[in-house]
Write a protein that binds this ligand. Structure first.
Ligand SMILES: [Zn+2]
Length: 255
């Protein structure tokens, strides 16, 4: 049976991605239980499982209420900051959800936080705050080496992989990508499509790995154009791709 994927909007710019068939749903990073409960009730859905990528409040705050209500498993990385009765999963673990006949592979992607994980199902990636369309999460806990190695791992995924990020940050990330690489014509084409979607009130997501590999500066820290933009901006020559990443992240933090 075909799985439908729906973003439940939460807070100012979060999406709680919901995978559903006719009777059951799985939600990823439910920061807000109320939004999820009303969606499930309106669509006559039972909650089969919850997937958690990392411990931040806007990804976990709804989980205890939802787990109490539905008595469903909560898959999450090992991290004492995450509440609830957790089924802890680690790198390369497989997560099976019988009611939807879905199987996910866990990818360990530290950088935004030290225990961040992503969930991959064939051509769908639920990447929390590790990867955003044209950007990446802030480096709150990890090192630049860890974060760039996590992003390189995601860069190995097939071009047709759909990228389900948690935040609607695409427009501001586009402005930064344009600042870093103003001569990339593909960014203009991307912006036209982005504006059309946003004007209709549609999410910019999911993205695809093809788009991210081609346009996301944080996935291209070895590209001479990105290296030279970074060295020009800081008047400092990075020696490695992770040094380029660190400077690029710092640039974006202050952009
Ligand atoms: Zn976060």
């Amino acid at each position: 049976m075909k799985i439908k994927i729906h973003p439940i909007p939460a807070f100012s710019d979060n999406y709680i991605w919901t995978l559903q068939n006719q009777s059951h749903a799985v939600v990823v990073d439910p920061g807000d239980a109320t939004a999820v409960t009303s969606y499930l009730n309106n669509h006559n859905l039972n909650l089969a499982a919850i997937l958690i990528t990392h411990h931040h409040y806007d990804h976990v705050d709804g989980l205890v209420e939802l787990q109490t209500q539905w008595d469903c498993p909560v898959f999450a990385p090992k991290d004492e900051r995450i509440p609830g009765n957790l089924t802890v999963v680690s790198d390369k673990a497989s997560v099976k959800i019988e009611q939807l006949k879905l199987k996910f592979k866990v990818l360990f992607t530290p950088g935004h936080t030290l225990t961040h994980i992503c969930y991959l199902n064939k051509d769908m990636l639920f990447c929390g705050d590790t990867l955003f369309s044209l950007g990446c999460g802030r480096m709150f806990e990890g090192t630049a080496e860890q974060f760039s190695s996590s992003l390189n791992q995601l860069k190995q995924l097939n071009d047709d992989t759909k990228v389900y990020c948690t935040h609607e940050y695409t427009e501001s990330n586009w402005r930064f990508a344009q600042e870093v690489n103003p001569k990339n014509q593909k960014l203009n084409t991307f912006k036209t499509l982005l504006d059309e979607k946003r004007k209709q009130g549609l999410p910019s997501l999911p993205s695809t790995m093809a788009v991210e590999k081609s346009l996301n500066p944080f996935l291209n820290c070895s590209d001479p154009t990105i290296v030279s933009a970074v060295s020009g901006h800081f008047n400092q020559q990075p020696n490695t791709a992770s040094e380029t990443f660190a400077l690029l992240r710092h640039w974006k933090d202050n952009f």
